[in-house]
Design a protein around this ligand. Structure first.
Ligand SMILES: NC(=O)c1ccc[n+]([C@@H]2O[C@H](COP(=O)([O-])OP(=O)(O)OC[C@H]3O[C@@H](n4cnc5c(N)ncnc54)[C@H](OP(=O)(O)O)[C@@H]3O)[C@@H](O)[C@H]2O)c1
Length: 319
């Protein structure tokens, strides 16, 4: 099979296309023949070594395969797997860290990948594999942020920073589905998308959000750098803020006694299957702005590194 490996942390030139043996599923594992893989900012942060997810890896852990999510057909299952079957169309997000046998969990920039069974959801009949491949990581993050950490309620006011991005688009829609009123920020070219998602758009390139957004119950911040501290002034007493980048410094919120969270995703196969059904039925949208072949993964990383991709970039592995 073909896969993209890195031999060390570094720039996009470290992403190398190689042939590799197809792995064999161990107990509780599922081998998926991937049709598509989602890309995420965590991928370039793992590639350059800056992500907490690769802390503790040593030279012996390379080559490493990046890519945390994907969709495809179950090829074979290990001992004890009962919920998914050979031939099922599934999608999922891989855990971080090491597998049971001690080596790092290898990623989805690959024609086949091993998933622990709880990390997979069954796709709805007729699902389009491209958005499906980009759903699991962003969907789990949005679900944790909106429902578990911010606990968004009907009638509440919510501000989403980065509403047109991979996670932002889902956070806006989950808040709207929960009955909240939503303001969202993006640059000029993405204002239409924010409106489509059901948010009142705010163009951060022309407008200071503090001038146009009322006090809110919840801020969901997918950006952090120039948005986090100013957003603290936007919260009502008892407000909650969720900031996405895992290395965000939340001290300024804690010092002011403001409830603050950083999402830590966990397996949620049923919730993700529900999101996939809603997308399949046209009740929600997951925009994929670009589809690239596996050998152009470096281009996906270059774009993600700008911090200005819209929706998701997905690798099509069917070629
Ligand atoms: N904690 C976790 O488990 C977890 C999970 C997933 C992601 N994350 C992190 O969350 C962040 C967002 O992830 P993502 O996948 O949604 O990223 P993404 O798809 O790259 O989103 C980028 C979006 O942010 C917008 N943006 C950039 N600067 C902005 C600003 N100053 N104000 C408002 N919007 C701005 C961009 O819109 P314009 O192009 O219009 O500027 C773009 O659409 C990343 O740092 C990622 O690593 C954390």
């Amino acid at each position: 099979m073909r896969q993209i490996q890195i031999d060390r942390f570094g720039g996009v030139d470290e992403l190398i296309l190689r042939e590799a043996p197809v792995p064999v599923p161990g107990p509780g594992e599922v081998l998926v023949r991937l049709q598509a893989a989602g890309t995420n900012p965590i991928d370039y942060k793992m590639r350059d070594g800056s992500s907490g997810a690769v802390r503790g890896l040593t030279a012996e852990d390379f080559p490493l395969v990046l890519g945390r999510e994907g969709a495809g057909i179950v090829e074979s299952v290990g001992e004890g797997v009962g919920g998914v079957h050979v031939g099922d169309l599934v999608f999922g997000v891989l855990p971080f860290g090491r597998a049971a046998h001690g080596t790092p969990v290898q990623g989805c920039y690959s024609e086949y990948a091993l998933f622990p069974e709880p990390s997979l959801s069954i796709a709805p009949a007729g699902a389009d594999v491209i958005p499906l491949a980009g759903l699991a990581l962003a969907g789990s993050t949005a679900w944790v942020a909106v429902h578990e950490q911010a606990r968004v309620q009907a009638g509440e006011k919510v501000l989403v920073h980065g509403g047109a991005g991979g996670v932002g688009q889902l956070m806006v829609q989950l808040c709207r589905a929960a009955g909240a009123e939503v303001w969202a920020t993006a640059s000029t070219r993405n204002q239409d998308r924010l409106r489509e998602l059901g948010a009142t758009p705010v163009d951060y390139t022309t407008t200071d959000f503090r001038q146009v957004v009322p006090p809110v119950d919840v801020v969901l911040d997918a950006v952090y750098f120039d948005t986090f501290v100013p957003s603290l002034d936007q919260l009502v007493d008892g407000g909650r803020i969720v900031v996405l980048p895992t290395l965000a410094d939340t001290t300024p919120a804690k010092q002011r006694g403001i409830e603050v969270h950083i999402p830590a995703i966990h397996p949620m196969p049923d919730e993700l299957a529900d999101l996939a059904r809603r997308i399949n039925d046209g009740l929600m949208s997951l925009e994929v702005s670009q589809v690239l072949p596996l050998d152009q993964v470096a281009e996906a990383h270059r774009q993600l590194e700008t911090g200005h991709t819209r929706g998701k970039i997905v690798l099509d592995l069917r070629g």
